[in-house]
Design a protein around this ligand. Structure first.
Ligand SMILES: *Cc1c(COP(=O)(O)O)cnc(C)c1O
Length: 344
């Protein structure tokens, strides 16, 4: 274990002993040739969970997003997404470099825009305008503070998109968090979305892997890009076994992460010099502002690190703390003490 409490991200989880055993015992084959039974089983289970006819295993969520953009769009097309979208700030310029698309950012409420806002962002079909092709949503909204899109809002956005002849894509990096928090099925969220993916390297605690789902034509094209971009692996059932283990054992426990995030948020709200509304913490992401003029977010995080707690500065005044299976309620209490000491 690391010798500090790591609230930096839910990607910091390490595979548990039981997960490692499942990996060691995985049945494997040549994934690239479609011969890895563990990958094939994982992909079939995810397609069913997401309510789509087909799915494909990919190394990362970023590759899921980038491949989906390239399958749905042609260079010069426009993709509509929220201002806070992962596509904009965290994928190395991939939408421009790989799919050649433009992004139109819609300023939603904590990462979630309305069907009405989407309607206002639609362009008339004119020769001088970029062709609009794809609408994307992020469930949960990462920079939106882990906010959950209500099912009706997802459905309204999808139907507005469809009425305008646009395809729809869901970045489900933390879709399971939304499902556990609201007691809803993944397929209910993905309904009306042409493509959707889930990540296994976030709160689910696997060392890597993501599954991108859609109809068979979409997945066949995604397969071509997976090969082209070097995303095809060989005996990747070793990793897929961790993903499958996570599906079986690490979904329901996301509720613990959500409870710990609320505990953290409520504790932070009691500390002077910070600003946070605990009621906005719906899942496992906790964003708070440092309003003490003597220090900024980076200074607070550096001081915290000296006390054995890692959190992430997100901009000048904002800090992000994330709960996951390697931090429990006792870790939250220790972190709160450390924050209080730093502010004192
Ligand atoms: C982490 C994340 C991604 C990228 O997933 P990786 O598996 O890290 O490549 C995409 N979208 C959102 C919202 C994320 O949080």
């Amino acid at each position: 274990m690391a010798d500090f409490l790591d609230f930096f991200s839910d990607t910091k989880t390490r595979p548990t002993a039981a997960m490692r055993r499942a990996m060691a015992e995985a049945e494997v084959g040549d994934e690239r040739a479609g011969e890895d039974p563990t990958v094939n089983r994982l992909v079939a289970r995810c397609a069913a969970l997401l309510g789509k006819p087909a799915a494909i295993y990919l190394p990362s969520g970023t590759m899921c997003n980038e491949i989906a953009l390239a399958v749905h769009c042609r260079p010069g097309d426009e993709v509509l997404c929220d201002t806070t979208s992962h596509l904009i700030g965290f994928e190395g310029g991939g939408p421009a470099a790989l799919a050649g698309v433009m992004l139109q950012a819609i300023p939603g409420d904590r990462g979630r825009y309305s069907a009405g806002q989407l309607g206002e962002a639609l362009r008339p079909d004119r020769p001088y305008a970029p062709r609009q092709r794809l609408v994307t949503v992020e469930q949960t909204a990462n920079l939106g503070g882990g906010a959950i899109w209500p099912l009706q809002q997802l459905a309204a956005v999808a139907s507005t998109a469809r009425a305008a002849g646009l395809a729809t894509h869901m970045d489900g990096a933390r879709l399971f968090n939304a499902c556990v928090a609201t007691g809803t099925a993944p397929s209910a969220h993905a309904e009306g979305y042409d493509s959707v993916w889930v990540d296994f390297s976030k709160g689910l605690g696997a060392p890597g892997g993501a599954v991108l789902a859609g109809d068979t034509g979409f997945v066949a094209e995604a397969e071509r890009l997976k090969l082209r971009w070097g995303g095809a692996m060989r005996q990747s059932g070793i990793i897929a076994a961790a993903c499958e283990y996570a599906l079986d054992h690490h979904i329901d426990r996301l509720a613990d992460d959500h409870a710990n995030a609320r505990r953290l948020a409520q504790g932070l709200a009691r500390l002077p010099g910070l600003r946070i509304d605990p009621d906005t913490v719906e899942t496992n992401l906790v964003y708070f502002d440092v309003i003490d003029p003597r220090r900024d977010a980076a200074a607070l995080c550096a001081a915290l690190m000296e006390r054995g707690v890692r959190m992430g500065p997100m901009g000048r005044h904002t800090v992000r703390a994330v709960t996951h299976l390697d931090v429990d309620a006792a870790a939250v209490d220790a972190a709160l003490q450390a924050v209080a000491a730093c502010l004192g």
